[in-house]
Design a protein around this ligand. Structure first.
Ligand code: ATP
Length: 231
């Protein structure tokens, strides 16, 4: 098990948002966090990263407690979050964005990233601000890969993108999975989730209310209706 949360609680000020989340991810797995808007999925990711300080519970990464560490220390250990609003440098070129994120000990070279995202190779001399939404998303994920993540967290990577780009990004995330990096995916697009994931967690009001394998989830028509309000 690479990452494990046990009864984790997270607050924004006095608002108790993450109310005892327990979940885990194993090496090579893709797991999703599903749930309605405002359920606490993004806050769970931010709590793992230490951006929201957990007030209770255990977060174990590679066997060691990380709850309470500052975000930069958690990032250095190999946890990487690609946030919903991407955070690329718009005034730098694609290649500068990537090389800035590189780590000396990383097996991820520019070539490796370009192998997964051929569009980024084509656009390598373009500025971040000249990229389409889909290309910005690819660049944000590419930057995360350059840091040599041991767990990659993607927050709504295909939100607002055209279907053809969504398919491209799903294929690319599939390749990252094949490379062995475990991925926690927060995503509203259920087709994307079921194409990529081994297991799913559904979060409601800051708690895990359902967990199941992808096959179990696909076979259970009721679960989507009960917790997600969609079929
Ligand atoms: P979404 O898909 O809408 O992002 P989510 O499941 O990721 O949904 P969160 O973003 O984790 O939900 O939000 C959970 C709750 O925390 C919401 O009620 C939201 O209003 C609140 N919240 C989020 N960010 C903050 C913040 N910075 N300060 C205070 N409350 C916040």
């Amino acid at each position: 098990m690479i990452l494990e949360l046990l009864d984790v609680h997270g607050y924004y000020g006095k608002s108790h948002i993450v109310q005892g989340v327990s979940l885990h991810i194993k090496k090579g797995e893709v797991v999703t966090l599903l749930g309605r808007n405002g359920a606490g999925k993004t806050t769970t990711l931010n709590t793992i990263m230490g951006v929201v300080a957990p007030r209770r519970g255990t977060i174990r990464f590679d066997g060691k407690e990380i709850a309470g560490l500052p975000p930069h220390a958690i990032a250095e250990k190999g946890l990487s979050l690609v946030p919903e609003h991407r955070g690329i440098f718009r005034l730098l070129t694609v290649e500068e964005n990537l090389t800035m994120a590189a780590r000396r000990d990383s097996p991820w070279s520019l070539e490796e990233v370009y192998r997964i995202f051929p569009r980024l190779r084509e656009r390598r001399r373009n500025g971040g601000s000249q990229l389409s939404g889909g290309e910005q998303q690819m660049l944000a994920i590419g930057r995360a890969l350059m840091t040599n993540p041991k767990v990659l967290m993607l927050d709504e990577p295909v939100e607002g993108l055209a279907p053809v780009i969504v398919d491209e990004i799903v294929t690319q995330i599939g390749k990252i999975k094949e490379s062995g990096i475990p991925i926690i995916l927060v995503e509203q697009n259920l087709a994307v989730c079921t194409q990529l994931a081994d297991r799913h967690y559904i979060i409601e009001q800051g708690r895990v209310v359902y967990t199941g394998s992808n096959a179990e989830f696909l076979a259970d028509d009721g679960v989507k209706d009960r917790y997600l309000g969609i079929n």
